[in-house]
Design a protein around this ligand. Structure first.
Ligand code: TMP
Length: 218
């Protein structure tokens, strides 16, 4: 008997694009279609990952050497894959993840102005993830000035401030956005690029239209 594989969908984008809101709205839609699904995120999709998340998203923006930082994101990713993502997919469950490996390429390569060589990150991907890839990556694009303002406003109400990357200069965020757009152009079958500067409901409609068409849902 063959194992029914679930579908792996990732949400990507800069700060303040509304990824997590859209991810939970998509999960609600999948529930109406009786599709088993889980929602998760990087960093921090597992208990150990939560510890790594605190290190990675809080505190001084320059506290890590960029390669050390990439290794920590990949350590989180490996645990996430082995303990959560792969078992769920093997069970036929769809997995929706708020960020995955494209975030490392966008932030640690493009964001840091290519201070970490691309092939270092590609090697880390091969070691950690192998040939596995998301089935679909929804890239939510927004002008970083608008996204950062949204994100910093949201952080005002947070007890623990997860603003390590928000505190980076605009140039970092602009390079990262260019990087994401380049990645989407290189893999047009996997990526769907959507404008995040629109209402929650209209963006949700665009996302479910993509998913309905791709997976023949009603
Ligand atoms: P979040 O704010 O979307 O939850 O993401 C956490 C932060 O970590 C965000 O600023 C992006 C950053 N990040 C990286 O720099 N590299 C990565 O590989 C991942 C997954 C996230």
């Amino acid at each position: 008997m063959s194992i029914k594989q679930g579908i792996f969908i990732t949400f990507e984008g800069g700060e303040g694009t509304g990824k997590s809101t859209q991810l939970s709205l998509l999960a609600n839609y999948l529930n109406t279609q009786n599709i088993n699904n889980i929602t998760t995120k990087e960093p921090g999709g597992t208990a150990v990952g939560q510890e790594l998340r605190k290190l990675l998203v809080c505190g001084d923006k320059d506290k890590f050497d960029p390669i050390a930082e990439a290794l920590l994101y990949y350590a989180d990713r490996r645990i996430h894959l082995t303990d959560k993502i792969w078992p769920a997919l093997n069970n036929g469950t769809w997995v929706l993840s708020d960020r995955f490996a494209d975030s490392t390429m966008a932030y640690q390569y493009y964001g840091y102005n290519k201070r970490v060589a691309k092939d270092v990150l590609q090697h880390l991907y091969a070691i950690t993830v192998g040939n596995f890839k998301p089935d679909l990556t929804i890239l939510l694009d927004i002008d970083p000035q608008i996204g950062l303002a949204r994100s910093l406003k949201k952080a005002e109400n947070m007890e623990i401030k997860e603003t390590r990357f928000e505190s980076r200069e605009l140039e970092f965020h602009n390079s990262m956005r260019t990087g994401y757009l380049e990645m989407a152009e290189l893999e047009p079958k996997r990526f769907v690029l959507l404008n995040a500067n629109q209402s929650i409901e209209s963006l949700h409609q665009e996302i479910i239209n993509v998913v309905k068409e791709r997976y023949k849902l009603s």
